[in-house]
Design a protein around this ligand. Structure first.
Ligand SMILES: Cc1ncc(COP(=O)(O)O)c(C=O)c1O
Length: 432
């Protein structure tokens, strides 16, 4: 299975480039004054990250949950190289190409129900912006322009652009600083128990006339704290949305493509949302690509002789041919290799391997869903120190907030996953 997937020559060791370049880049989610310098990487292969000093780390994060087949998979690499020789990119306005149209057909076939109309973009946050814009204009085109707000949930994270920040948790999140400046939506607890169900029902009774839709990360709230909820919550949201005539948006940017144990998380609830957003593992972690997919009735609300009723959106790099070729190759791998069975095996191993954390006094919870393993602590005082400890153990794990989590590639070996869980048990056990 891994033929041709061996280590290849990495790029040059960091001489000048690291020191000189660090003076000119602005790094993500980092206080530039105090953050530890990033690790210099010269290559990747399988589930390994190769550092410039020759060390190899076992990757527990799959590059922010994208590299589901491991790094440098030969099937994706060959597809991208082939496409680069034919046509790396052509604008999508007035022109169409096979990789994008094939991908649209394949996504429509994979997704449940009549989620049939695919709008491509280049990042998860932008896919969310497009979903929100589609929902707002859906109502405008139907003469109900006063429907302009969304129901959002505590603990949610939908991205870093303005609209996506506004539908993320306004208080308990990295975007809290901006909460007063952004459009005001209705942020409530997920309807998980009697009290939160009643609270949501009351909000909908009161506000439905001004609401365009409900947006949720199905089954797992990722960057908001790796919190899981029961599929019943999604069934409840579908019922409430239908009862009040609201659009239901599922953000499957993290959960899509097998991460929770089914191809899409919504399948576990048997719920079809009106709009779904996809990105991250869409290209198997090779190139940036995202998709916002709408059900037929949503698309039909834009189908008109009136140009003003068109969706006025079109990112320059939308449907980039290289990225679409990578995504098609990634879907081939899902079709021909036993990815969901691998996720089940990872799930069992994560549950077993992380179980000893339950006995550690600072640990509040250990939970596993699909290929996501989470150890939640009462708090983490020095997240950077913890990250360094993992590197010392030979693994790449990036705790945030109060959680240490693993989201490995689905192709990880039993041995490498064992080393990841052992490192988590050891490092968490050493926290004082
Ligand atoms: C659920 C969810 N939505 C949206 C995003 C934003 O995606 P991107 O970072 O590609 O803009 C993320 C990223 O972590 C995410 O997890």
């Amino acid at each position: 299975m891994n033929d041709g997937w061996q280590k290849t020559e990495g790029s040059a060791a960091p001489g000048e480039w690291l020191a000189q370049g660090l003076a000119h880049v602005w790094l993500p989610y980092a206080q530039m004054k105090t953050a530890s310098p990033p690790l210099a990487v010269t290559g990747t292969h399988g589930c390994r990250i190769v550092l410039a000093d020759g060390r190899e780390l076992i990757d527990g994060i799959a590059s922010w949950w994208t590299a589901c087949h491991g790094y440098n998979h030969p099937h994706i690499r060959d597809a991208v190289i082939r496409q680069a020789g034919i046509m790396p990119h052509v604008m999508f306005g007035g022109l169409a190409h096979e990789p994008a149209l094939t991908l649209a057909c394949r996504l429509a076939a994979l997704l449940p129900g009549d989620l049939d109309r695919v709008f491509f973009s280049d990042s998860g946050s932008v896919a969310v912006e497009i979903a929100l814009k589609m929902a707002l204009q859906f109502w405008r085109n139907r003469g109900e322009g006063r429907r302009s707000r969304f129901v959002t949930f505590q603990g949610s994270y939908h991205g870093d652009t303005t609209g996506a920040m506004a539908v993320s948790d306004p208080h308990d999140s990295m975007h809290a600083l901006f909460s007063g400046l952004l459009p005001q939506h209705v942020n409530v607890a997920l309807p998980e128990d009697e009290e939160s169900i009643a609270a949501l029902a009351a909000v909908l009774e009161r506000e439905a006339g001004s609401l365009a839709g409900i947006i949720v990360e199905p089954l797992v709230q990722g960057a908001g704290g790796m919190r899981f909820h029961h599929p019943d919550v999604l069934r409840r949201l579908r019922r409430l949305a239908d009862q009040h005539g609201l659009l239901l948006i599922f953000d499957e940017i993290f959960t899509g493509f097998g991460r929770t144990g089914s191809t899409f998380a919504c399948e576990q609830a048997g719920v079809t949302p009106d709009i779904i957003t996809l990105s991250k593992a869409l290209t198997g972690g090779t190139l940036p690509l995202a998709a916002t997919v709408a059900r037929t009735p949503i698309f039909e609300a834009f189908w008109s002789d009136d140009p003003k009723q068109a969706l006025m959106h079109g990112p320059t790099y939308m449907a980039n041919a290289l990225a679409c070729a990578a995504a098609n190759a990634s879907l081939d791998l899902f079709a021909r290799e036993p990815r969901l069975a691998q996720v089940r095996a990872i799930s069992d191993q994560l549950a077993q391997g992380l179980a000893p954390c339950r006995g550690i006094c600072r640990v509040k919870d250990v939970r596993v869903l699909g290929a996501i393993g989470v150890v939640e602590l009462d708090r983490i005082d020095d997240v950077e120190a913890l990250r360094r400890r993992f590197v010392e153990e030979g693994v790449f794990v990036r705790p945030f907030g109060s959680v240490v989590y693993l989201t490995p590639a689905f192709t990880i070996s039993e041995e490498d996953l064992g080393r990841l869980t052992e490192a988590v048990v050891k490092v968490v056990g050493d926290i004082r």
